[in-house]
Design a protein around this ligand. Structure first.
Ligand SMILES: Cc1ncc(COP(=O)(O)O)c(C=O)c1O
Length: 370
C-alpha cells in the first residue's frame, strides 16, 4: 500500500511536546488572566531576543501585524506602498486596510521574491513604503531594497509571515527594516493553536504605537488616543508559542534536511525547476516549491500516489476581485503570473521523514519522464 504523505502534519508537535503544551495551556486557564498579561509579555521579550530586535508586540493575526506596523510607521490614506506581485493576498490587504494603495512589483524568476531592479520604476510622488515578503522562508534582497528605500525616503516593513528565523547575511529577518510582521497561523514555522501575529522593531515610537493600536488605541483605561483595532495575542496562544519557540531552530534545521533531500532527488531533472537561494541567504523552508509544466495534472497524479500538494498561489492579488480593475491588469507581472501557473508546493514539515521525500520526488520524476 502507498504511504499517504500529508502536506503538513499539525499534530506532529503535539507528539513531541504534548505534556509541556498541556501544562502551558492549563497554566493560563488556571491563572484567570487571558489577555495582555504575563505570558504575552514574556513571549514578546523572548521573540524579540530571538529576532535580535529591541521590541516585539503580539497582535491577533499576521494581517494585522502588517497593517499596524504600516500605520505605526505613518502610512495611511493617500500613500502608495510597494508590494510584490507574487505573495499571499494578506500583504496587499494589509496595505488597503491602512487606507493606502498597494502598488505591485514583479518578482525575480530565480527566488520568487520582489525584484529590486523593478522597484524604482514603481516609485511615484505618493510612495511611502515598501513591504518586501520573505516568501517560502527565503529572505528577500534586503541590501538592495534598503538602498532604494534610503535613496527615496521610504519605510521598509518586512512581511516575515513565512520566515521565522531566516537570516539575511547572518541577521534574522524581522530586524532588517523599520519593522517586521510575523504570523503564527498554525501551519507557519512557528504556529499556535489559532490565530496570532507579532510586530518586531528597534524603533520605540513604532513599538509604542503598535501597542496602542492593537488595543482600541487606548492609552489608559477608557482613554482613547487613536482609532485602533482589537487585535491582541491571547495569553493561551502566547503560552503555546513560548513552549514551541525553544524548538524553532531545530525544526527549521529539520526542514532544511527535508529540502536538501528533495533537492538531491530532483536536481538532475530538467522538467522540474527549483528556485535559487542566494549565497547570503539562510532560508527556513516554510514551503518547498517546484516549478513545472502541466502543474495541475501533476498535482492530481501525485494525489493518486498518496502525495498531498498545494498551490501557493493560483490567483495573484492583482487579479483577485478586490484589486481587478484598480490599476493593474493581466499581463502586468509576467514572472509572477507564470509562477502562479507553474508552481507546486510539496509536503514540508519538520517531522517529515526524509525517506518519504524520495517517494514524493520519485513519483514526480516518473510523471515527468512518462
Ligand atoms: C506572506 C504572508 N503574509 C501575511 C500573512 C497573514 O498572516 P495571517 O494569516 O496570520 O493573518 C500570511 C499568512 O497567512 C502570509 O503567508
Amino acid at each position: 500500500m502507498t504511504t499517504q504523505i500529508p502536506f503538513v502534519d499539525l499534530l506532529a508537535d503535539r507528539a513531541e511536546l504534548g505534556p509541556e503544551l498541556e501544562s502551558a495551556m492549563a497554566r493560563v486557564a488556571d491563572s484567570g488572566w487571558y489577555l495582555l498579561g504575563p505570558e504575552l509579555e514574556r513571549f514578546e521579550q523572548e521573540f524579540a531576543d530571538y529576532c535580535g530586535t529591541r521590541y516585539c508586540i503580539g497582535v491577533g493575526t499576521g494581517l494585522s501585524a502588517i497593517e499596524l506596523a504600516l500605520r505605526a510607521a505613518g502610512i495611511g490614506p493617500g500613500d502608495e506602498v510597494i508590494v510584490p506581485a507574487y505573495t499571499w493576498i494578506a500583504t496587499w490587504l494589509a496595505v488597503t486596510r491602512t487606507g493606502a494603495r498597494p502598488v505591485g512589483v514583479d518578482v525575480e524568476a530565480e527566488t520568487y521574491n520582489i525584484d529590486p531592479g523593478l522597484i524604482a520604476a514603481a516609485i511615484g510622488e505618493r510612495t511611502a513604503a515598501i513591504v518586501p515578503v520573505h516568501l517560502r522562508g527565503e529572505p528577500a534582497d534586503m541590501d538592495a531594497i534598503g538602498a532604494i528605500a534610503r535613496a527615496h525616503g521610504l519605510a521598509v516593513i518586512e512581511d516575515a509571515a513565512q520566515a521565522h528565523g531566516a537570516r539575511h547575511r547572518g541577521r534574522r529577518v524581522g530586524g532588517l527594516g523599520a519593522a517586521g510582521a510575523f504570523s503564527f497561523y498554525p501551519s507557519k514555522n512557528l504556529g499556535t493553536y489559532g490565530d496570532g501575529g507579532a510586530v518586531t522593531t528597534d524603533d520605540e515610537a513604532i513599538a509604542d504605537q503598535v501597542r496602542l493600536l492593537r488595543n482600541y488605541g487606548m492609552k489608559n483605561r477608557y482613554e482613547i488616543e487613536a482609532a485602533g483595532v482589537n487585535s491582541r495575542l491571547a495569553e493561551i496562544q502566547a503560552a503555546v508559542l513560548r513552549t514551541k519557540l525553544p524548538h524553532l531552530d531545530d525544526w527549521n534545521a529539520a526542514r532544511a534536511t527535508v529540502a536538501e533531500r528533495y533537492r538531491q532527488a530532483l536536481r538532475e531533472n530538467d522538467a522540474v525547476a527549483l528556485p535559487r537561494s542566494p549565497a547570503w541567504a539562510d532560508p527556513v523552508w516554510h514551503l518547498f516549491v517546484v516549478n513545472l509544466a502541466e502543474r495541475d495534472s501533476c498535482a492530481t497524479a501525485l494525489a493518486e500516489h498518496g502525495v498531498q500538494t498545494l498551490v501557493h498561489y493560483p490567483l495573484l492579488p492583482h487579479l483577485s476581485p478586490p484589486y481587478l480593475g484598480s490599476g493593474s491588469a493581466p499581463g502586468d507581472f509576467p514572472v509572477a503570473e507564470r509562477l502562479a501557473d507553474s508552481t507546486l508546493s510539496l509536503p514540508m514539515y519538520p517531522q517529515l521523514d526524509p525517506d518519504l521525500c524520495d517517494q514524493v520526488a520519485g513519483a514526480l520524476v516518473a510523471l515527468k519522464s512518462s
